[in-house]
Ligand binder design. Structure first.
Ligand SMILES: [Zn+2]
Ligand SMILES: [Zn+2]
Length: 387
């Protein structure tokens, strides 16, 4: 068996890299070596698994600390015979990787804090809160900071979240002898394995409370609310979620706060319909403007703009207001406003109008409709939306 590579080297990060850097490095490797992109390539598959294994360790504080102290030996594996971790010996299977880290691939909007933290046993953490914010087109175009009142559990103000009556109200946990962890042995596909998990008695704290806070009854939490400022970048779209770390529910007994997930909802704007970073407007012009040309107004994000209509404009013609659409959320420029021209035909006519139109109908350019052009309206729409 080949010598195992250093996990930091596998992900190409410094030994002091923070969690975000590690996550990004893993995502990059995972995308590069993803089996869908490298069908039948055994080397890519091995690299993909190797990266997943490195990420499993480096993304977990406890495993990482152990790895930093003891190297691969601290992770169990072939040499150690058992040990911690849960993938000793056989490495990761593809199923394991997708089950455990599936969420990291889902980052359709990469850069700005999407995706949730890796799951798995965790020391006493509060639950996440998910809320929806509704944004107008203008807010999406400019980006906006929202002050949101979040109803949630907060740390008890009497005990500061510990749940204890005072500093002397503790004793060492007897189940884990203060370590906060218990070891369980399991038989699995890979053989007999030891798994380290959070002590169920003390929740990882290593000590238990002997006298409870009388305000919260030892929970360490109470119902409350917090005003959270959320900075929403320009260009977000319906369904995107921003994660605000540590602004979810408080955990029992002074554990780690959950996260706040802010899900974006777009207010429907019937005048400007979003298509990626572009905005589409259906412009109705009169028959006479279509024939003679003229100037008309179209709505924009922050007002109205005047545009010229050329004489002889057909229904289905597409005009573009370059750079008047939405900014790209990843900073790649700005979309357009796309104007699709439609021509309004009057439903009713006065006697006089009818007479005029009848006269017009006898004129040479109005006598006969044109042969179908090589591009019908339908085809133009099709090519606009698909390419
Ligand atoms: Zn309390
Ligand atoms: Zn314990």
């Amino acid at each position: 068996m080949a010598e195992k590579r250093d996990y930091y080297e596998v992900l190409g990060v410094e030994r002091n890299a923070d969690a975000d850097t590690i996550k990004k490095a893993y995502r990059k490797a995972a995308i590069k070596y993803h089996p869908d992109k490298n069908p039948g390539d055994k080397e890519a598959e091995d690299k993909f698994k190797e990266a997943a294994e490195a990420y499993d360790v480096l993304s977990n504080e406890d495993k990482r600390a152990r790895y930093d102290r003891f190297g691969h030996a601290g992770m169990g594996g072939a040499a150690g015979g058992g040990g911690f971790g849960g993938f000793s010996g056989g490495g990761f299977s593809m199923e394991d990787i997708f089950e455990q880290f599936g969420d990291i691939f889902g980052g359709a909007f990469g850069g700005f804090g999407g995706g949730s933290r890796s799951r798995g046993p965790r020391v006493n953490r509060g639950s996440d809160i998910r809320i929806t914010v509704r944004l107008t087109l203008q807010e999406i175009a400019e980006g906006v900071t929202k002050k949101l009142k979040i109803n949630k559990t907060v740390a008890c103000d009497k005990c500061g979240g510990s749940g204890a009556k005072d500093a002397s109200s503790y004793s060492t946990c007897s189940q884990c002898n203060g370590s906060g962890y218990v070891i369980t042995v399991q038989n699995s596909f890979f053989g007999r394995m030891q798994t380290q998990s959070v002590c169920p008695t003390c929740g990882g704290a290593g000590r238990v409370i002997t006298a409870k806070c009388d305000k919260c009854g030892g929970e360490g939490t109470e119902r409350g609310s917090e005003i959270v400022e959320v900075k929403i970048p320009a260009g977000v779209a319906e369904g995107m979620a921003l994660t605000v770390r540590g602004k979810g529910n408080a955990a029992r007994n002074g554990g780690q706060n959950g996260d706040l997930q802010v899900v974006i909802e777009e207010e429907h704007n019937p005048q400007l319909v979003r298509n990626g970073d572009d905005l589409v407007h259906q412009l109705n012009i009169t028959v006479t403007t279509a024939i003679l040309g003229g100037e008309v107004e179209v709505p924009t994000i922050d007002g109205r703009a005047r545009i010229k209509i050329a004489p002889g404009t057909h229904a289905g013609k597409i005009l573009r207001l370059r750079g008047k659409g939405l900014p790209n959320v990843n900073g790649y420029g700005r979309g357009d406003i796309t104007v699709i021209v439609d021509i309004t035909i009057p439903d009713e006519l006065t006697k006089e109008e009818r007479k005029l139109v009848e006269q017009l109908a006898e004129q040479p350019h109005f006598k006969r409709a044109a042969e179908p052009e090589n591009q019908s309206i339908l085809e133009r729409m099709k090519s606009f939306f698909h390419g």
